[in-house]
Design a protein around this ligand. Structure first.
Ligand code: DGL
Length: 271
């Protein structure tokens, strides 16, 4: 452990490959309304989900170093792809605790599945890493997992086609290989998929639980802060700062959809 600041009003550092991690920030704002948050979205280099493990790990290292320089008290890997292939890299660098969406999603799936047949969807990097299967099996080795990489869903969400026939057809096609098994739970293993919840609910039917790792993540964060005595005791309105690596216009527009509120305090990072 390095020198860890004990100031409890230090921000929580949340990072993602782009705008998608704002679904996690949204859940955190609701669950932990007095915590300061610094968000980092690597908008110049998104998407990560179709890149190599080496490249994703290199980017994750840079972002971690940046957030640690901001003196965050906790790091949250909101990006499923980075969590899947670079959790160890982040953990090795960090003197502060590191949480990630994969562990949160896995725990959520184990808690709700009764049939023990679970589907997982995510980016190609996430699915190829098998990280969700490993995380779920750590909690319950008897669960059968059926995963499917859905490379086209991220661009469709970014396009704003949340309720569009093209997105519906794409989802139906991807879900065929998962829905031919008697799953009762589907893990939305990508930051972007919570925005497709109504459409996916329609595709998978009412009997399948949709596990939204953003919500589970907020719950896990609250628990981690409590257990470690790290929650901010202050009751002032928190400060939210958003760092991006590309011109912020697109982040701002799409981000407000992800966040469900106006986005201010957006700053561009020059590496
Ligand atoms: N944030 C990524 C994830 O959750 C999706 C976007 C990307 O491919 O970079 O996997």
């Amino acid at each position: 452990m390095g020198t860890v600041s004990r100031h409890l009003d230090r921000a929580i550092g949340v990072f993602d490959s782009g705008v998608g991690g704002l679904t996690v920030v949204r859940a955190l704002m609701e669950r932990l309304p007095f915590e300061n948050i610094i968000y980092f979205g690597d908008t110049a280099r998104v998407p990560y989900g179709v890149k190599s493990v080496e490249t994703i790990a290199h980017y994750a290292r840079q972002i971690t170093e940046f957030l640690l320089r901001q003196q965050v008290k906790l790091l949250i890997i909101a990006c499923n792809t980075m969590a899947a292939v670079a959790h160890q890299v982040v953990d090795d660098l960090s003197p502060v605790p590191v949480l990630d969406v994969i562990d949160a999603g896995a725990r959520g799936a184990v808690d709700v599945s009764r049939t023990r047949y679970v589907g997982v969807i995510g980016t190609p990097a996430t699915i190829n890493s098998n990280a969700y299967a490993r995380a779920i099996h750590r909690y319950d080795p008897a669960i059968r997992i059926f995963s499917q990489a859905c490379a086209l869903l991220v661009p469709l969400v970014e396009e704003g086609w949340l309720d569009h026939d093209v997105t519906r057809l794409t989802a139906v096609e991807y879900m065929k290989s998962v829905l031919c098994h008697p799953i009762d739970t589907l893990v939305l293993g990508c930051t972007h998929y919570p925005l497709l919840k109504p459409l996916l609910r329609n595709v998978v039917g009412p009997s399948v639980h949709l596990v939204d790792s953003a919500e589970t993540m907020a719950e896990r964060t609250a628990h981690a802060l409590d257990c470690r005595g790290m929650a901010n005791p202050g009751r002032e309105a928190p400060e939210y700062v958003f760092y991006v690596t590309d011109v912020p216009l697109r982040f701002q527009t799409i981000g407000e959809r992800f966040l469900g509120r106006a986005l201010s305090n957006v700053r561009v990072v020059k590496w």
